[in-house]
Design a protein around this ligand. Structure first.
Ligand code: ZN
Length: 216
């Protein structure tokens, strides 16, 4: 799958070991991509089977009753995990992302970063960072390489780079080996959710100078 998850991301997501920013991208991606969703379910099932093989730990007296009592309580909408929820028909953002933004695409507080491109950094913990990117139709993102892993999920419109074309729901996984210059397709602005675990390596002077300001 060149537009979906790799094995490492599926395993990490199923095990809950991904940095928060990556977890957000994966949760948003699997809401839009059936193959990746099925892959994650399969890994979660494997994880569950492995847990069952572990030697059971002694439980305190009353633990079983307390757990069963919890199951009887009705689940409120807030408690439902957005991880595997599917998006409503008209929303641009999947539920997992909406929880971070406080709404859909129209609720984003954009910051201009030049060339008509805008970003919104999302509040995630840990080493990796997550941001929304708004790229006007036909506009290019400055040519860059990667010092770590970059996940880019398309939510609206499409972009093309040296690898392929990526449309809504498609995920591009870039690493140290890839240098690319994504260009938004003509027609409508491209909105992406991107996460990185290391700063990008811009190949042109001006983006490189602006980099610390935009924390990209
Ligand atoms: Zn990149």
């Amino acid at each position: 799958m060149t537009h979906g998850l790799n094995e490492k991301l599926m395993m990490g997501y199923a095990a809950g070991t991904l940095p928060e920013a990556f977890e957000l991208v994966v949760a948003s991606h699997i809401a839009l991509n059936e193959d990746s969703r099925a892959g994650v379910h399969a890994h979660e099932a494997i994880g569950g089977a492995l847990l069952e093989e572990q030697t059971p730990a002694e439980l305190s007296e009353g633990a079983l009753e307390a757990t069963l009592a919890l199951l009887d309580k009705p689940i409120t909408e807030k408690q439902m995990s957005p991880r595997l929820a599917e998006p409503t028909a008209k929303a641009v953002f999947p539920p997992a992302l909406q929880a971070y933004v406080g709404g859909d695409a129209d609720a984003v507080q954009w910051q201009s970063i030049g060339g008509g491109i805008k970003q919104a950094i999302l509040p995630t913990q840990g080493e990796a960072t997550a941001r929304l990117l708004y790229i006007p139709a036909g506009q290019a993102v400055p040519d860059h390489g990667h010092r770590g892993t970059e996940l880019t999920l398309v939510l609206q419109g499409a972009f093309a780079d040296e690898v392929d074309r990526f449309g809504r729901g498609d995920l591009e996984i870039a690493d140290e080996d890839l240098d690319h210059k994504p260009i938004a397709e003509a027609g409508e602005p491209c909105i992406c959710l991107a996460a990185t675990d290391a700063p990008l390596r811009f190949n042109e002077l001006i983006p490189r100078m602006l980099q610390p300001i935009f924390k990209i």
